[in-house]
Design a protein around this ligand. Structure first.
Ligand SMILES: [Zn+2]
Length: 162
């Protein structure tokens, strides 16, 4: 999460700008948008810090037609995501941040991750990873359905229905 700093984590310069902007984000409520910028190396990062407590949520979306591809997933650093049809759970990493992604971009990012790790597997396990990759490709071609279930103990994750 946030590291309070007076210098750039990349180049150590102290020529930095930090902005904390208060925002009323749809469905999340009052939040601080923290924006860091280094004026020397141009490194930028930003974080969303919600200020309102929420109840745990479970959100489910069935991706069964192309209209659903453009829905926006906001995933909080507390969310565990289950992809039902391919029996896959995605846990947040230690440096997880809020992520905003369209459904198709999210599916593509999972597919890329699997492509990246498949080299670690062999035999039957390897075939299972390849099957998951194929399945996700077919979802993106609108030939298969995918159910995305998001469990968020802090309640910040959401799907925007634009
Ligand atoms: Zn820098």
């Amino acid at each position: 999460m946030i590291i309070l700093t007076d210098s750039c984590p990349i180049c150590n310069s102290k020529n930095i700008d930090i902005n904390n902007i208060e925002y009323d984000l749809p469905k999340i409520g009052k939040s601080i948008l923290y924006v860091f910028k280094c004026n020397d190396c141009n490194y930028k990062s930003s974080e969303i810090i919600p200020l309102t407590e929420k109840d745990p949520v479970r959100i489910e979306i069935k991706v069964d037609n192309k209209d659903k591809f453009k829905k926006i997933i906001l995933r909080s650093p507390y969310a565990i995501i289950n992809l039902k049809e391919i029996e896959m759970d995605i846990y947040p990493g230690i440096d997880s941040k809020f992520e905003i992604k369209a459904v198709d971009d999210f599916i593509n990012s999972v597919k890329d991750k699997l492509e990246e790790i498949k080299i670690l597997y062999h035999g039957e396990e390897y075939n299972k990873v390849i099957e998951k990759i194929k399945y996700l490709e077919e979802v993106l071609e609108n030939k298969k359905e995918l159910t995305i279930i998001i469990d968020d103990e802090k309640g910040y994750s959401t799907i925007y229905n634009y």
